[in-house]
Design a protein around this ligand. Structure first.
Ligand code: ARG
Length: 263
């Protein structure tokens, strides 16, 4: 059973552009986003997981993307520090939630990092993205504070600006990823370290098929990633499709909305 933190998209919208998916002229439909998000939350609950909620704040349309709010490993909370001023206030908002909910070890970060958007935790290693948001200095800070080795990976395609748009963990020691998102040397590292990894195609990656949440058995992923769902099924996982098309307009998917709380 996993523990998650989510943030209802009450104030969700697309009002600025900080990644290639966001178009303020098109905007988004917050009511529809809330419905899709409620369905995602219901899926997590139906799989036996617990979901805690943080109060959404007006003026922070991207706060629904809880995965960016922190990284929690062994009960330690490494806070987020956003690159873009539009999201800056989310860092302290998430930190305040952790302090108010009994987490004793909460670190306000010195370095720029966007939480689990770029820091993905496995049993023996944290995979860390850099190139667009989280810095290499933050990888070192996370390693020191969280006490788990960090493997840095360079992202090169602006459509996949956070590591969690291109890679997700399959239980504690395997991964699924889209190779085209990574620099050559990072791809070589992944192939060496994870010879049994599941690789996804670009068509599924652009639907945010890699922005998935796996509890070791089920994979909650966007319904549009049909080929990837079939591949995962053949590998012994149970795909659970969700529709988050409204949140895709801001450049997010199911994983972005789900921060894992590791006790
Ligand atoms: N609009 C948000 C941004 O560009 C989307 C964040 C998506 N979250 C994620 N974990 N990838 O920052």
């Amino acid at each position: 059973m996993a523990h998650y933190l989510m943030c209802r998209p009450t104030h969700f919208d697309v009002t600025y552009t900080i990644n290639p998916w966001m178009d303020p002229a098109r905007g988004a439909d917050p009511a529809r986003a809330v419905k899709q998000w409620e369905a995602l939350r219901a899926v997590h609950l139906s799989l036996g997981h617990t979901v805690e909620l943080i109060e959404p704040e007006p003026g922070l349309p991207d706060m629904v993307f809880a995965a960016n709010g922190a990284t929690v490993v062994d009960g330690r909370v490494y806070g987020a520090r956003f690159v873009h001023p539009e999201r800056a206030a989310e860092g302290p908002a998430y930190e305040a939630w952790f302090r108010a909910h009994g987490y004793a070890e909460v670190r306000s970060p010195r370095e720029v990092n966007e939480g689990e958007g770029d820091l993905l935790t496995l049993d023996d290693v944290i995979l860390a993205g850099t190139g667009f948001r989280t810095t290499l200095a933050a990888h070192r800070e996370a390693e020191d504070f969280l006490g788990r080795p960090v493997l840095s990976l360079r992202l090169v395609d602006p459509r996949f600006y956070h590591l969690d748009t291109a890679l997700f963990t399959l239980g504690g020691d395997n991964i699924c990823y889209y190779p085209g998102a990574f620099a050559t040397e990072s791809l070589a590292l992944l192939r060496e370290r994870f010879p049994k990894a599941v690789e996804a195609a670009e068509a599924d990656a652009v639907e945010f098929g890699l922005n998935a949440v796996c509890d070791g058995e089920h994979v909650v992923l966007t319904a549009a990633a049909t080929d990837l769902a079939r591949t995962l099924e053949a590998e012994g996982y149970q795909p659970v499709p969700v529709d988050l098309t409204e949140l895709h307009k801001a450049g997010g998917g199911p994983k972005c909305c789900t921060l894992e709380l590791r006790p």
